[in-house]
Design a protein around this ligand. Sequence first.
Ligand SMILES: Cc1ncc(COP(=O)(O)O)c(C=O)c1O
Length: 435
Amino acid sequence: MSDTLPQPPLNLARGWPANNLFPRQNLQDSAVAVISNPIVSAQGLGYGPDEGHFELRKNIGTWLSRNYGLSKSIEAERICISGGASQNLACVLQVFTDHIHTRYVWLVEPIYHLAFRIFEDAGFYGRLRAVPEDENGINIDFLERAIQSLTPDSVSSTSERPYGKTYSHVIYCVPTFSNPSGTTMPVSRREALVRLARKHDALIIADDVYDFLDWTPSAAPGSTRHPLPRIVDIDRTLDGGPATPFGNSTSNGSFSKIVAPGCRVGWAEGTPEFAYALSQAGSTRSGGAASQLMSTFINDMLENGSLDKHIRDALLPTYSRRALTLEKAIKEHLLPLGVTCGLGPEPRSIQGGFFTWIKLPHSLDARDIADRAAQEQNLSVAHGNIFSVPRGSHPGNDLRCRIRLCFAWESEELISEGVERLALVLRDALAGLCL
Ligand SMILES: Cc1ncc(COP(=O)(O)O)c(C=O)c1O
């Protein structure tokens, strides 16, 4: 390394959508269409309704119903517009939890790390608890035992709150193409989780932000087979439907990964009672839903079909090629060093999302490898401990020898090069172990 030029930086850590895939032209067309329409632009530029732009709520319902192949279509009343999944998570916690009545936040581990502070800001500092994940997602038996082992709660609900419902527990997960492990929960696991949530008065917050990035051949928008039902779909129909008017789950949806994160538009779905109560969060009620103008642009993209086309023709082909490139490079350069992939005994091919989750051999320390990759190879990778639940991690986890690799951000060529650079670091570290 010493007298050669520094290598250009490579980033397999960043979990962002590729910025050269943003639908600039579609957004420009929709912006022009909206701004030049006096009625729609007046709606977009003014304060909006608390639940968000009505047309967008209606069109999201139709779009979801079509793409998930639902027999019972989703009405606008089930949808509340948000400023993206992160902002919505904060609002859901403000409305439906209370740091006295709500006992714990149970998070599948490993999990999206930037959610931690949102929970802590909502009063749950020190009350986050990890639930281990296997190749089919959250470990239900573990969660059931953990909740049952709690001493009975003596605190009664705080009935003076305006929203009508405060849950006793929160369960947070990313059921499809999870961040960081890439795991997808099968339907049976989703059903079991809904039953558990109903039994223990828990709210499942499912970040469904990667569902549309699914290149299982049959799942693309407009095809006749569909992605797995979301937990909120299951809660709607399982065993005769929701146990209470508010249900036990919400889908936290976002346009960040399928349009562009700077739009800051997302949606929450739940029962009509849930969606309405959510829209009454103080910061929403003062001025209406977030991102009102951008909501009108995205609504235009849904109405003219350019969003589905963008996902089908730009995102899915590019991300699936990048994922395949990453898999090939891992197979060629990392598996021979003893690296393994995923959570199960056999590696599964990457079918969607942004990430894959590798395990280092011989208990190599992933944080150390990530530091060395940055210093010696100008390569960023995310080590597993980033995704462990603060002050509530599961002691048996293997996160210290895990690395998350993202295939969304870099081009195919740079993904291959990144994996080669990582292999050099690992080879060096393994050689050091033999000294
Ligand atoms: C699981 C998960 N939830 C939420 C977000 C952020 O979503 P948004 O941009 O809509 O706030 C991300 C982004 O990486 C994510 O991976």
